[in-house]
Design a protein. Structure first.
Length: 446
């Protein structure tokens, strides 16, 4: 061994000792993140709006994930149970859903609450589930529950969100710079009901996964035209041990990201020069069995075209460390009977005899049917009596803010049925609308 190598390896082993494995075999996690000490000034109206929309997006994604995980694979088991709560497979499914497309424009109410509609193709979800899950005896991955809930071959969910009371300047900057299709961090959003131990465990799991992902990435690097790093390391216990110690000693690239779908993300980083150095040490351990020269290993810096490599690991808190979210209306007041209702209205339209293209005729009929369903729904909502004979339409007429909220609320109706009529000569649309959000807007104004 060359001079200086022994000292380098001793330092590496010492660094690894700093991440000594507990009984579970995983590195000791950092302390859980707390609410940031340095807070921003009060959000500007535009910032509050953006944060609310992003919070609604996260809520919608969690509802989409819940819908998929609740689908039954047998009479006694859901997909979530089959994948394993908080497992790598559940995390993979949730991350897969993150790019779900936002349908139409976000709706923002006068009380600062935002609402968004998200959709994802049903067939794409089924393909992902088939990649993650192999049905056991008396089980199926057909997920008929989802097929029944899909509208026009899409799974849809709505999410509600309000701007967090305070976020750090770094979080706010990340939200403002994130692309619309990316899910930004909103901590403490979604983590308010997770215990400190739950946050610690989520980060620990993410860190373990990050090290494993880095090990897989490094082992798959090509060495020359034939062979990989795996071939250089494998078969020699001392080389395996040295490589493992190196990976476990890698630094975390940035603070853990506590994502709003309740997934902690940890990134570890390996400098390419350090990777080359440890591979040279492995080569020396192999002795005459090593097929690759030091020059071939040195050329990795050119082949990789990067100064460092990174890998991300993800983890979720254990279910027992997550308390039930508050479901009561703020202030603890019970919902009036009307606010607990869910209205439904249908609209139909026949295909036009003047349109010869079947696809165009269907689109036009569907639009007309939806407009009629929306008009019927609006009539039902207008007639709701809020209190002491005061109807929704009366309050909207004398309170412009409530009137605008009512218009926003009516646009949030989601499509429950979207199909041809029974005689096949037209199209039918059924809209559904829970009234709780309307009650919250009314209560805010009253």
């Amino acid at each position: 061994m060359r001079p200086g190598r022994a000292g380098w390896q001793i330092g590496l082993l010492a660094a690894a000792a700093a991440f000594a494995l507990p009984a579970s075999g995983a590195p000791a996690p950092p302390a859980p993140p707390a609410a940031p000490a340095a807070q921003t000034a009060p959000h500007t109206p535009d910032q509050a709006r953006l944060l609310a929309i992003r919070a609604a997006q996260a809520d919608g994604l969690n509802r989409l994930a819940g819908m998929v995980l609740a689908a039954r694979v047998s009479a006694v088991k859901t997909l979530g149970q089959a994948l394993g709560p908080g497992s790598d497979r559940e995390i993979a499914l949730r991350v897969f859903l993150r790019p779900a497309r936002m349908v139409s424009e976000p709706r923002v109410y006068s009380d600062g609450v935002a609402e968004v509609d998200l959709e994802v193709p049903l067939e794409a979800v089924l393909r992902k589930v088939n990649d993650l899950y192999t049905p056991g005896e008396h089980e199926t991955a057909a997920l008929e529950d989802l097929r029944y809930r899909a509208v026009d071959e899409y799974l849809r969910a709505s999410g509600l969100g309000r701007a967090p009371r305070s976020v750090s300047a770094a979080i706010l900057k990340g939200v403002e710079s994130a692309r619309p299709e990316d899910l930004p961090e909103l901590f403490p959003a979604a983590w308010e009901h997770v215990t400190a131990m739950g946050r610690v465990e989520a980060i620990r799991r993410a860190r373990v996964q990050a090290y494993e992902a880095m090990a897989r990435r490094l082992r798959g690097i090509l060495l020359g035209q034939t062979g990989k790093v795996e071939d250089l390391i494998g078969g020699v216990p001392a080389a395996e041990s040295l490589f493992d110690v190196f990976v476990r000693s890698l630094a975390v690239g940035r603070p853990p990201r506590m994502m709003p779908d309740r997934i902690a993300e940890v990134e570890v980083v390996a400098a390419v020069r350090d990777v080359i150095q440890v591979l040279k040490d492995v080569r020396e351990l192999r002795g005459p069995q090593a097929r690759w020269t030091e020059d071939q290993i040195d050329r990795l810096s050119v082949r990789l075209k990067a100064e460092s490599l990174s890998a991300i690991g993800r983890g979720m808190p254990p279910a027992e460390e997550v308390s039930a979210a508050e479901t009561a209306v703020e202030g603890g007041s019970p919902l009036p009977d009307w606010a607990a209702q869910e209205f439904e209205a249908a609209g139909t339209a026949r295909f036009s005899d003047d349109v010869t293209d079947p696809q165009e005729a269907r689109v036009l009929a569907a639009r007309s049917a939806k407009a009629r369903a929306a008009a019927n729904l609006a009539k039902q909502v207008d007639a709701v009596v809020l209190k002491e004979g005061l109807a929704v339409r009366q309050l909207a007429a004398r309170d412009p803010v409530f009137g605008r909220d009512l218009t926003t609320f009516l646009s949030s109706a989601h499509t429950a049925t979207y199909c041809a009529t029974e005689d096949g000569q037209g199209w039918k649309v059924v809209l559904r609308l829970p009234l709780r959000r309307l009650y919250e807007c009314y209560r805010e104004r009253s």
